[in-house]
Design a binder for this molecule. Structure first.
Ligand code: ADP
Length: 906
């Protein structure tokens, strides 16, 4: 800590001195603390100050619990409740320093602005608290400030005590003066009362009388301080005895009084309120004689009868008045009529009117029926019809009022008005023309719509005959129609006809007519006519387009049949008639299809029709019978028809003669069948002839062999001559046998007699065996080169069929490569395929013929005189395919060929 310079110390002392001067400058609580707070902010960097005084201290706030803010900078009104934060923090300390959290900040000026700022909190003795926010100060600096301020705050507290005492005194004085005021005004109250007010002692001595009371006392010749007359005293005693209020009437010195004695339970006095009712009494008395006889009548009158005297007090109230207004006779008599049954805002006018009459004898509402509002006892207002009749008697003037509750009438009237208005509205704003006519047809009423549509004012239309506007061409027809209606006695009718309007336009109307009768006599009719021009135009458009459509369908080559929901024919076109040979008349209104079809077809057709309602469309191909008995194939396409409301109303069918197509179909079918038959015949023929060929061939061969055996016994010279012939015979036999075998094999393949029976086979060994058996000794001495590539493995083959394939390919290779290098057989084993290749360096195959090689009996052009049948490769291909394998050829003429069989691994 740095030591303060002398000057700083002097300055601080001066500040504190100035501060202490600011304390206690005013006796006013708020002013005082405000002065202090302002001085504090001048000296220190503070941005909020709050000073609260406990409500217990302030007499005018005793009721509120907590602390009231009496000063704050910036202005705020924060009430601290009993368990407030400051109270808790300062429970044991007179002051403390605290960094603000949100709650403390809110406590001080209702904001959260001071969160994080350092606050100094002081306890102001038992009076309350003071809080200062020192923004930018550290807690240490705040502690220093707090210490400095300690004594000046104590002084401030003391000054507050003075202010509080002053404040409370002020308050009490104020209270007292208010009470005095009240007392004063109350004491004046009886004087201001227009009715008589007395106070008498329990012994009957008059203690007080206001001016009106003084007048009564004068009449009774009694002074304040003296005793009241004995007859009055009677009631006082009775009241004291019963300890209850008492009411009575008194006649004294020619005047009637109403008195009310009010019992004051703990006072040694009684209050009496009195009223001079002489006039009222006199009027009543006057009436009494007069009314005794009429009372009975009036009580039974349908109207409420109320009489009042010239002061407006009710002096007569009959039974109806009781029902009408809800007050009993007892309740109503003596009351002011205007106050009882006239609504507040009308009262003044009523009283003025009465006064005016009494003064001038004029009353604009008197003796007339007027409608005004009355007021029932329950506060309800209701309409009444009122007649007031002034009655002059020797006793003065009174008024007799006859009052009728017209709520119901009013309601009925309103309802009627409403319904009339509605009816009017309906007629005036209807979109239809409405008019009324007398029995002869002359208009007596038209609505504005009619006037607008026809283009003539209503008054011109009234009086016209209703047929005058009808279009000339229809006038006679319309007149006859309505004449007939009248004659037939039909009450309602509907007719459509054209009318002319004032602009010479023709409009179509649809008219509903209702006859009006008075008992049985016709007194006229009401007509509601709707402008249907647009509908008519639309209709005729539709008709035109329908005619167009009819024209088209009449002329199409398709037969058209429209049927009703019961399947009876509604319409057929010319084409259908031509198709079937019937006339239109023979078909209309008939259920025709079942007549035109055989039973099975018509049953199916009827079944399909039933589902028409659900399905949209059916198509049938059926044979129909013409009128002449001949038949033809017909394609019938049927669609359902619906009404505007979506109802199923029938069907429409288009009929197409498909005989030509059917016939063509039939011919194709027949040709196909024939071909199939031929094929079967062929294969049967082949197998049969082959067998027939083979048998004699065998016989020939056996005999040749026998002959050879015998020849061997002969001389070598002779034998040599014949050997050549034998060899040729043998060769030819072999050729024929091979051909027969091939033909037979093909026959068996075609008839599906060859079975595929695969077994796992060692292909290398399999091929080697074939070579050894059939190709080891070639006449020209050539040897087949056999080569294996890859890892040999067993393959799934039918040994018999596959042997045929391999032999055939090798034999062709030798056959078509004479005098050329020997052919090769190569087996290539790959992971997913095994290839078998037969390669020769022979004559090759012309490129354009490669595609046909595998057809039966096909031989290439370059074979010259090399023998063959053209069946071998055809059989090979079929056998290969039975293995799920394929065969391909790669060849060039005069260079050689490679045949490759690709066997998939299984
Ligand atoms: P063929 O009995 O005529 O040999 P194939 O069906 O076995 O009948 O063969 C059909 C034809 O394919 C042969 O006539 C020949 O033109 C041709 N051909 C077949 N193999 C070979 C080949 N290795 N070299 C050249 N042409 C061949």
């Amino acid at each position: 800590m740095t030591a303060k310079s002398n000057q700083e110390v002097v300055n601080e002392v001066l500040y504190l001195y100035e501060l202490s001067l600011s304390v206690g400058q005013s006796l006013d609580l708020n002013q005082n603390s405000k002065g202090f707070a302002e001085a504090l902010t001048r000296k220190y960097n503070l941005n909020a100050i709050g000073v609260w005084i406990s409500s217990d201290q302030l007499n005018d706030r005793k009721d509120s619990s907590g602390y009231t803010q009496i000063c704050s900078i910036p202005p705020a009104h924060i009430k601290l409740d009993q368990d407030n934060l400051l109270q808790k923090l300062l429970a044991d300390e007179n002051y403390m320093v605290q960094t603000c959290d949100q709650k403390l900040s809110e406590h001080i000026d209702g904001t959260t602005d001071h969160k994080g700022d350092v606050a100094i909190l002081f306890k102001l003795k038992q009076l309350g608290y003071m809080a200062l926010i020192t923004p930018g100060s550290t807690e240490q600096q705040a502690h220093l400030i707090a210490k400095q301020l300690k004594s000046v705050v104590a002084k401030f507290s003391t000054s507050l005590e003075g202010c509080i005492a002053h404040h409370n005194l002020q308050y009490e004085l104020l209270q007292k003066s208010e009470k005095d005021q009240q007392l004063k005004s109350i004491s004046k109250f009886p004087q201001e009362n227009p009715n008589a007010v007395f106070r008498i002692s329990t012994f009957g001595r008059v203690l007080f009388a206001n001016d009106p009371a003084q007048k009564i006392l004068d009449e009774m010749k009694v002074q304040v301080g003296e005793k009241i007359p004995g007859k009055l005293m009677r009631f006082v005693r009775s009241m004291l005895l019963n300890r209850k209020d008492q009411e009575f009437e008194l006649f004294s010195a020619g005047k009637f009084y109403d008195f009310k004695l009010i019992f004051v339970s703990d006072g040694p006095y009684i209050n009496i309120y009195g009223r001079d009712v002489t006039k009222k009494k006199l009027a009543e008395a006057a009436l009494a004689s007069n009314m005794q006889s009429t009372k009975l009548i009036l009580n039974n009158a349908l109207e409420a009868v109320i009489n009042m005297n010239d002061e407006g007090y009710i002096i007569y109230w009959n039974k109806q008045a009781e029902t009408c207004f809800g007050y009993t006779e007892e309740e109503a008599l003596g009351e002011k009529l205007s106050e009882l049954i006239i609504p507040q805002e009308l009262r003044n006018a009523h009283e003025q009117g009465m006064k005016h009459y009494l003064k001038t004898g004029e009353g604009p509402v008197l003796s007339k029926r007027i409608e005004i509002e009355g007021l029932r006892k329950n506060g309800e207002r209701f309409p009444v019809e009122l007649t007031v009749i002034p009655v002059s008697t020797s006793n003065g003037e009174y008024f007799s009022s006859f009052i009728r509750d017209i709520t119901k009438e009013r309601e009925a009237k309103e309802a009627l008005e409403k319904s009339e208005a509605r009816y009017r509205d309906l007629i005036d704003n209807a979109s239809d023309m409405i008019y009324r006519a007398d029995p002869s047809g002359f208009c007596t009423f038209v609505n504005p719509v009619a006037a607008r549509i026809i283009g003539l004012p209503e008054e011109k239309l009234v009086g016209l005959h209703f047929t005058q506007l009808v279009h000339a061409d229809y006038r006679e027809k319309v007149a006859t129609f309505y004449r007939d209606q009248m004659l037939d006695g039909d009450d309602t009718s509907y007719l459509e006809f054209p009318v002319n309007n004032a602009h010479n336009e023709t409009l179509w109307v649809g008219q509903n007519v209702q006859i009006i009768r008075d008992e049985d006599r016709v007194v006229g009719f009401t007509a509601v006519a709707r402008d249907i021009t647009v509908r008519k135009q639309l209709l005729s458009q539709i008709q035109r387009s329908e005619e167009k459509y009819r024209g088209i369908i009449e002329n199409i080559s398709l037969g058209l049949v429209e049927t009703h929901i019961d399947h009876k024919v509604k319409h057929v076109n010319e084409s259908f008639c031509k198709m079937t040979g019937y006339d239109k008349e023979e078909l209309l209104d008939q259920v025709i299809y079942h007549r035109l079809m055989n039973t099975a077809a018509s049953t199916q057709f009827a079944e399909d029709r039933k589902s028409l309602e659900q399905t949209k469309h059916t198509i049938n191909e059926v044979q129909l019978q013409r009128k002449d008995g001949s038949s033809f194939w017909c394609l019938i396409s049927t669609a359902p028809m619906y009404s505007g409301q979506g109802e199923y109303i029938g069907a429409i069918s288009l009929n197409l003669d498909i005989s030509d197509r059917k016939n063509a179909e039939e011919e194709i079918r027949k040709a196909l069948e024939k071909e199939k038959e031929l094929g079967e015949l062929k294969s049967r023929f082949v197998s049969m002839t082959s067998h027939e060929f083979r048998t004699p061939l065998t016989t020939i061969r056996t005999n040749v062999e026998l002959l050879q055996f015998h020849l061997e016994q002969m001389d070598a010279a002779d034998r040599g001559k014949l050997d050549k012939n034998f060899t040729r015979i043998e060769s030819e036999i072999k050729r024929l046998t091979d051909l027969m075998n091939d033909v037979l094999t093909i026959g068996r393949i075609e008839s599906g007699k060859i079975k595929f029976q695969p077994v796992q086979t060692d292909l290398v060994e399999f091929c080697q065996n074939i070579i050894n058996q059939s190709f080891s000794e070639q006449k020209d001495g050539r040897k087949l080169n056999f080569e294996v590539q890859g890892d040999p493995c067993s393959v799934l083959i039918d040994p018999q069929l596959f042997a045929h394939v391999v032999s055939n390919l090798i034999s062709n290779a030798f056959k078509y490569s004479r005098e050329r290098p020997a052919p090769e057989l190569r087996l290539i084993f790959e992971p997913s395929y095994t290839h078998l290749q037969v390669k020769d360096r022979g004559i090759g195959i012309p490129e354009q013929e490669i595609a046909s090689l595998f057809d039966s009996f096909y031989r290439a052009e370059n074979v010259d005189n090399i023998q063959g049948t053209g069946l071998g490769l055809s059989i090979v291909k079929q056998f290969v395919e039975m293995h799920g394998a394929s065969i391909s050829v790669d060849s060039a003429e005069n260079q050689g060929s490679v045949f490759t069989v690709e066997l998939p691994k299984k």
